[in-house]
Design a protein around this ligand. Structure first.
Ligand SMILES: Cc1cc2nc3c(=O)[nH]c(=O)nc-3n(C[C@H](O)[C@H](O)[C@H](O)COP(=O)(O)OP(=O)(O)OC[C@H]3O[C@@H](n4cnc5c(N)ncnc54)[C@H](O)[C@@H]3O)c2cc1C
Length: 296
């Protein structure tokens, strides 16, 4: 379908972009990679009067690493992030999740910030961001800069904590604990499709015991939610295998998955249990492989 009419601006500074966004009073939208927004326009699911493309604004794309973790510019494409060896080394979970996002052609346009701001409940990056304890930096003319933890960012399907006049400029991903292993698994109808169910998992290992675990699932609710050991009400003293089985059953009992063309709610619940167990087991094994020196 043809796109509906809209005005287009490509400012050369962030301040100019923020001014345009604020003046739009909710009718203007940021255009990043356009991989979600343009289809939404074509389907008339969004009717902004102005698109503001930030491609010419310096400093919004790129990966930086310091001892405390990664800083990823919001306009960094998913492919650039995936291919950056610092992302793979410092945040293997993010790397693994990125590989599941669409196809390379999609990832060469789609951005890390765009995926998080779009907040598709079946998307991979929001679930990974929750498990990684990522934080988003948001800028606006009215409020300056604020930091939003991923945990507070996703409010519902395609709905985030961003105000209409805010731009996400950066995503901070803290370095994981040295004894943490991680894993992202998903089942989709075809490679590159959105997840029917996706599971992001991280396990902190101490010898043969699980010291901590974190999970978030894609495709099983209105948004991904962070699930910790306490939230899953797991008992502390069991062997890892017993614990992972308990976690799978607890996840399956807590979610209310949607039913659609691709999968019944019962099938999504089954996948959630099986993938949770597998992802936790793999994360645990990877922590051992790394010998506690780095996360996997
Ligand atoms: C065929 C196809 C398959 C796909 N498969 C998958 C998949 O398997 N998994 C998956 O997760 N995604 C998938 N996608 C979506 C893809 O990952 C998109 O890149 C992503 O969802 C949006 O990123 P974008 O940069 O293209 O954002 P855009 O489409 O440009 O924007 C999306 C939304 O976010 C807002 N926005 C973007 N950047 C910012 C910012 N910095 N600050 C404030 N608001 C902002 C926009 O205003 C818009 O509302 C697929 C897309 C296509 C076309």
């Amino acid at each position: 379908m043809k796109l509906p009419p809209f005005a287009y601006r490509a400012p050369e500074s962030l301040e100019e972009g923020l001014e345009l966004l604020a003046a739009g009073e909710g009718e203007a939208r940021i255009l990043a990679g356009g991989q979600s927004l343009i289809p939404m326009l074509a389907l008339r699911l969004a009717r902004p009067s102005l698109l503001i493309e930030l491609r010419r604004v310096p400093g919004l794309a790129g990966v930086h690493e310091d001892g405390s973790g990664l800083r990823i510019g919001a306009l960094t494409t998913e492919l650039v992030a995936e291919r950056d060896p610092r992302v793979r080394a410092a945040s293997p979970l993010l790397f693994e999740a990125l590989e599941f996002v669409g196809h390379p052609a999609i990832r060469s346009r789609g951005t890390v910030g765009g995926s998080l701001c779009h907040a598709d409940p079946a998307a991979e990056l929001p679930a990974a961001a929750l498990v990684l304890g990522a934080e988003l930096t948001a800028r606006s003319l009215a409020r300056g800069t604020r930091t939003i933890p991923a945990r507070d960012f996703f409010l519902g399907p395609y709905t985030t904590a961003l105000e209409f006049d805010e731009v996400v400029t950066e995503v901070r991903v803290p370095a994981p604990p040295s004894s943490q292993g991680s894993c992202y698994l998903e089942v989709s109808r075809r490679p590159g499709d959105f997840a029917m169910v996706g599971v992001a998992a991280a396990v902190v290992r101490g010898g043969d015991r699980v010291l901590d675990l974190r999970l978030a699932l894609s495709g099983v609710g209105d948004r991904p939610r962070l699930l910790t050991r306490d939230e899953l009400e797991l008992e502390g003293q069991d062997s890892p295998e017993v614990l992972f089985g308990q976690a799978g059953r607890s996840v399956a009992a807590r979610i209310r998955p949607p039913e659609d063309l691709h999968a019944s709610a019962a099938y999504r619940r089954h996948l959630s249990r099986v993938l949770t167990e597998r992802a936790l087991r793999t994360a645990f094994e990877r922590a051992a492989l790394q010998g506690g020196a780095a996360s996997a």
